[in-house]
Design a protein around this ligand. Structure first.
Ligand code: MLT
Ligand code: MN
Ligand code: ZN
Length: 311
C-alpha cells in the first residue's frame, strides 16, 4: 500500500497568505528551517497507477502537477484519480472538487452529513452539477461499513466516526452527528497492512481503540501543539478542542495518547501554520521525535510493503 502525502497543512496552507506569525514570516524569509506545505490531502494506491484521493484541497492542481503519478497518459483525457473520499465538508478538504469539474462523472464517497453540507452551507455539489455528474456513494459509519473504490484493486476502506466539529457553515454545526467528520481505516487485501487516516481526530473515544492499537500506521490530526495556541497569538478566541482538534501537548494530548500504542508508525498531518513543530529546529519538534512521532511533509511517500518494510 502506498500513501502519498499531497498536502500536509491545515486550512490556509503554510505559509498562510496573510500571516506573519513566527513560522510564516520565518519560512518566507528563510529565518526558520521549515518546509512550505499545501493544504490537507493524501492519495492512496495499491499498484501505484490507480489512486484514491482523500480530500480535494484548494491546492489540488498544484499537487497533481507535483505528483505525475496522478496524471498518467493512457487516453486523451485521463487521470490516476479513480475516486474521491471526503472526511468532512471543510473548505480545505472540498474546494479542490471544483478543479475536477471537466468532463467525466466524478465518483465521491462521503457521509450523509457531509453530503448535506455540500448541498446547503457549502454547495459544491450543486455548482458541480452544472459541469459534471457527481456520483455520490454514501458512507455508513453506524456501524462502520467497509467499501471499495472501483478501479482501485486490493484496497478496502472503513469509515469511522470521529468526535470533531461540522464546519461553521454547516446546518448541524452545533448539533453533532456521527458522520460530520470521519477517520478511514485503509487495508491492503494482499499484504494485510492497515493504516488509519484521521486528520480531524478531535478526541479519543473507546471505539477508536482498535484502529490505533491494530494499525501499522496512523496519520492523525497535527493541527495544533497547544490547546490555546491561537488564543495566545491573539488570532482566535477558541481553543483547539473547541474547533475539533486534539492538541499534541498537555494532559490528554496527542503525545500522551499515542504513547499507549507501540505498534503503529505515527505521523501527524494537517498541521496549522502556527504550530511550532513546523520549525525543524524547535524543542517541540524534538519532543515529538523523542516520542517516535513524525511530521508529514508534502511529497512524502509511505510504502507499507508486504514484507513489513516502511520507507
Ligand atoms: C479545520 O480543519 O479546522 C480547518 O483547517 C479550518 C479551515 O479550513 O480553515
Ligand atoms: Mn481542516
Ligand atoms: Zn502563520
Amino acid at each position: 500500500m502506498k500513501i502519498l502525502v499531497l498536502g500536509s497543512s491545515a486550512g490556509g496552507g503554510f505559509p498562510q497568505w496573510n500571516c506573519n506569525c513566527r513560522n510564516c514570516h520565518g519560512v518566507r524569509h528563510g529565518t526558520v528551517r521549515a518546509r512550505p506545505r499545501t493544504q490537507s490531502s493524501i492519495a492512496v494506491s495499491s499498484n501505484g497507477d490507480d489512486w484514491v484521493l482523500f480530500n480535494a484541497s484548494p491546492d489540488l492542481l498544484a499537487q497533481i502537477r507535483a505528483n505525475p503519478c496522478l496524471q498518467p497518459a493512457r487516453a486523451l483525457r485521463d487521470s490516476g484519480i479513480a475516486g474521491v473520499v471526503l472526511i468532512d465538508a471543510q473548505v480545505d478538504h472540498t474546494t479542490g472538487l471544483f478543479m475536477l469539474r471537466e468532463g467525466q462523472p466524478l465518483p465521491v464517497w462521503c457521509t450523509a452529513q457531509v453530503h448535506e453540507d455540500l448541498t446547503t452551507g457549502n454547495p459544491v455539489f450543486n455548482v458541480l452539477s452544472h459541469f459534471c455528474t457527481v456520483v455520490w456513494h454514501p458512507l455508513q459509519v453506524a456501524p462502520p461499513t467497509p467499501f471499495t473504490v472501483p478501479g482501485v484493486a486490493g484496497l478496502r476502506f472503513t469509515p469511522v466516526p470521529l468526535a470533531s466539529k461540522a464546519p461553521p457553515y454547516s446546518p448541524h454545526r452545533d448539533d453533532p452527528h456521527p458522520g460530520d467528520n470521519i477517520g478511514v481505516l485503509i487495508e491492503d487485501a494482499t499484504s494485510g497492512r492497515k493504516v488509519f487516516y484521521a486528520p480531524g481526530f478531535g478526541a479519543m473515544a473507546p471505539h477508536l481503540e482498535p484502529y490505533l492499537a491494530g494499525s501499522d500506521g496512523v496519520l492523525l490530526d497535527g493541527t495544533f501543539w497547544s490547546d490555546d495556541e491561537m488564543i495566545r497569538l491573539g488570532i482566535s478566541t477558541r481553543t483547539a478542542r473547541e474547533i475539533g482538534h486534539l492538541p499534541q501537548s498537555g494532559a490528554g494530548g496527542m503525545i500522551e495518547l499515542l504513547a499507549r500504542y507501540p505498534r503503529p508508525r505515527k505521523i501527524l498531518i494537517h498541521i496549522n501554520n502556527t504550530n511550532p513543530i513546523l520549525d525543524e529546529d524547535s524543542r517541540e519538534r524534538a519532543e515529538l521525535a523523542r516520542h517516535g512521532i513524525e511530521v508529514a511533509a508534502d511529497g512524502m511517500l509511505l510504502d507499507f510493503g508486504p514484507a513489513g518494510d516502511l520507507q
